[in-house]
Design a protein around this ligand. Sequence first.
Ligand code: XIL
Length: 397
Amino acid sequence: MKLRQWTTVGAVAVATVAALNTVPATASRPYDPTAQSLATLGLRHGLHVGTAVNMDALNDASDPQYRKLVTSEFSSVTAENVMKWESLEPTRGSYNWGPADQLVDFAKRNRQSVRGHVLVWHNQLPAWLTSGVADGSISKQELRELLRKHITTVVNRYKGKIWQWDVVNEAVSDPWDTPSTLHYKGFWAEHLGPGYIADAFRWARAADPKALLFYNDYNIEAFGSGNPADDKTQFVYDMTKSLRARGVPIDGVGSQGHLGTQYGNFDTLQVTAALKKFAGLGVATAFTEVDVRSQLTAAVQAGNAEEINPRLQASAANFSVLMKACLAVRSCLSYTVWGFSDNHSWVPGWFDDPPEGLATIYDENYQPKRAYHELKSDLIFAGPPYVQPRVAPKPRR
Ligand code: XIL
């Protein structure tokens, strides 16, 4: 069902649930929640369920199921790649807006909101920019000005059309980096110093007064030791607190949610506690890139069900932990998966030693996996008094 058609039905449904604390049904056609999409069920809670979108797949006429599911199952979309700097400005000064425009138009037609991804990141930068900095032809001063212009141009183009912007992505190191003490890492910190983060939020706000401006990172689903030297969540929390204290217009923190079944990961209450702690700073939260990968051992690749089933089960459980935590915290505004089907997941191409996969909620033939059904049941079974509708912050000026 298209979201537009849903809106009226959904509004009635929500009103009915609120008023009577019952499920909407008619005598002739009983309400079957399992037949509803993730989008529809999410909006019962005011929660947007989204997906990253691969534009090649969306435009592939031989793969109509991809487009069909993007349209029917999700109420929010994120460009998997086409809003990254290397895609938008492959040659200095000449912009390639086509694919990003197409996604924004697609979302509008389908009444979906858009998460803008991403304004400042150390990856997928255009070669002219990185080589110019490397050979000294772009000075630090010019680099800062190029960043200001990039943010201003991109945010301005989509002004009023983006719900949440990932303004800064992955600015913080990991414990396995050198030095192991957590620090601001990567191209931008190295060349401009960490002050670029506050600058980026201010430039984004100047270009769009209404978009919610997010910091986005991975491995921040739960707190660890609480020591910012080795606890990335604590480091990001302290950074956010300091930005807010200085009046920097940061509205949210996005937790990517790239998990793996080979790790311990977290339980629902740990993740809920982390989201609540961020809420205490006055910022929204969101899960922005959820997938839960597994190692593709020889037995998995040979189709051994005893190896595959526990991975599918563990993957589903992890998807569910993040969903339940998000539902429990009213300022957790959206839950986005990083691709929804294994045939279009970034995981096999990225994690290949050892090979990993099985990371999404549909299999390669678009059959829903246990993870899809778990997300659906989380959305169905959740309700007041513990799960309340979302409350979004006002964009900070
Ligand atoms: C990934 C895309 O999915 C791949 O297609 C691309 O080759 C590399 O980037 N964190 C992010 C995303 O913020 O932008 C990344 O997307 C995945 C990790």
